[in-house]
Design a protein around this ligand. Structure first.
Ligand SMILES: [Zn+2]
Length: 206
């Protein structure tokens, strides 16, 4: 290969490399390695509930969440949680961020931060949605009869803000025999210390 052909080859390689890099930037593609090492990526347990930041547990407990209008939730929830939690939708199975979450702690309402489930009662139901055999305590959720889609089911909603969470069925494991089938987008994960601080704040409520 003479020097002119060699120069041509090098030029072509440069053009191809430039086109590839522009294409990947336009499509938003990033190497998986660039994600794995991203030190700024937030922990999954610290996402969500931005609208509660700056509020004390007492202020959160006193807020009349059930009276908040749709435009409030539309402003503070992203489209999928708004559709599922405020419009009784359902996220696609096997897509939720908490389906395989085995971290110890509690699951709180993604709308109002209310304590809903303990990780101790989470189990793999194989249905594609996070499943629990019990609620956090007797104040956690309320149940409504849901006759949509030609079925009679028990809808589960957050007792504090009425967010739709999912449904409860009676084919769960012992000791309750219940299966709370819950959408991931309606939940946020928090530590047991967080749960203890919330309960402590409630005890000291005037
Ligand atoms: Zn709630």
């Amino acid at each position: 290969m003479d020097s002119r052909n060699l120069w041509r080859l090098v030029s072509w390689c440069g053009v191809v490399a430039l086109l590839l890099s522009v294409g990947s930037l336009r499509s938003g593609w990033r190497s998986p390695l660039s994600w794995a090492g991203d030190p700024k990526a937030p922990s999954p347990t610290n996402q969500g509930l931005e609208h509660l930041k700056g509020m004390t547990p007492q202020q959160i407990a006193r807020t009349p969440w059930k009276k908040k209008p749709d435009h409030y939730w539309k402003k503070h929830l992203s489209p999928l949680p708004f559709y599922v939690c405020r419009k009784a939708g359902t996220e696609r199975p096997f897509t939720g961020k908490h389906l395989h979450n085995k971290e110890k702690g509690v699951f709180v309402c993604s709308s109002c931060g209310h304590l809903l489930f303990d990780s101790k009662t989470k189990f793999n139901s194989g249905t594609g949605w996070p499943s629990f055999y019990d609620v956090y305590d007797k104040h956690a959720v309320r149940e409504n009869i849901d006759s949509s889609h030609g079925m009679i089911r028990k809808e589960v909603v957050c007792a504090r803000c009425n967010a739709h969470l999912g449904h409860v069925f009676d084919d769960g494991p012992k000791p309750t025999g219940l299966r709370y089938c819950i959408n991931s987008v309606c939940l946020e994960h928090r530590s047991h210390q967080y749960a203890a601080s919330v309960k402590d704040a409630h005890r000291r409520r005037p």
